[in-house]
Design a protein around this ligand. Sequence first.
Ligand code: CUA
Length: 233
Amino acid sequence: MIEILGLPAASTFADDIDRVFTIIFVAVGFWFLLAEGVFFWLIFRFKKKDGVKAQYITGELKSEKRWITVPHNIILLFDIVIVVAAVQVWYDVKQDLPEEPDKQVVRVIAQQWAWTFVHPGPDGKLDTPDDIAKVNEMHVQADRLHHFQLESKDVIHSFSVPVFRLKQDVIPGRVITGWFTPTKTGTYDIQCTEICGVGHALMPAKIVIQTAAEHAEWVAKNSSVAVASAALR
Ligand code: CUA
């Protein structure tokens, strides 16, 4: 449904999250329309009539209370459906950290008001001299598992990648690890989604999802070792 609204789904869990949104939208929408319908029907059905005295209803009779308790219980059942659907997806996205031998680890550092993305160089490892640090530009590979390590230099930020349906707060003093597997190539938005000072709105970045070959080429061109040897030449 969200894809219909123009936002592509570009991670393995995006469709699952969209499904939870759709369940909530339909359940809440159904009760909203029904409640408003009954509400307006009652207003018009029992509007003021000349010569008819308004009834004073205290709502203490069982037959009157049922107007509250019956819908209330049905809504609680709907809540259970929503909670069960949401917990399954939450576990998948937030509690579980899948492992694969060729996973890529990217460090994401937030500060007022920019993102720094540290990508592994050709050796595939972080914290080695060939790492590739980019400001406001994250590069990942489609169909490959990525772990991200979120760090903040100052205040709380939030790392949001709408096409992944991914959002995670960034807390100073902590390293928060999460994961995603991109499923579509292209360039998409990253946005800070936690008010982090006057420059909060100036904290957008881009995520570039490439095929394996394109990504390998980007890594070879941009690793600090490659850049340094090009400068020496
Ligand atoms: Cu960083 Cu808002």
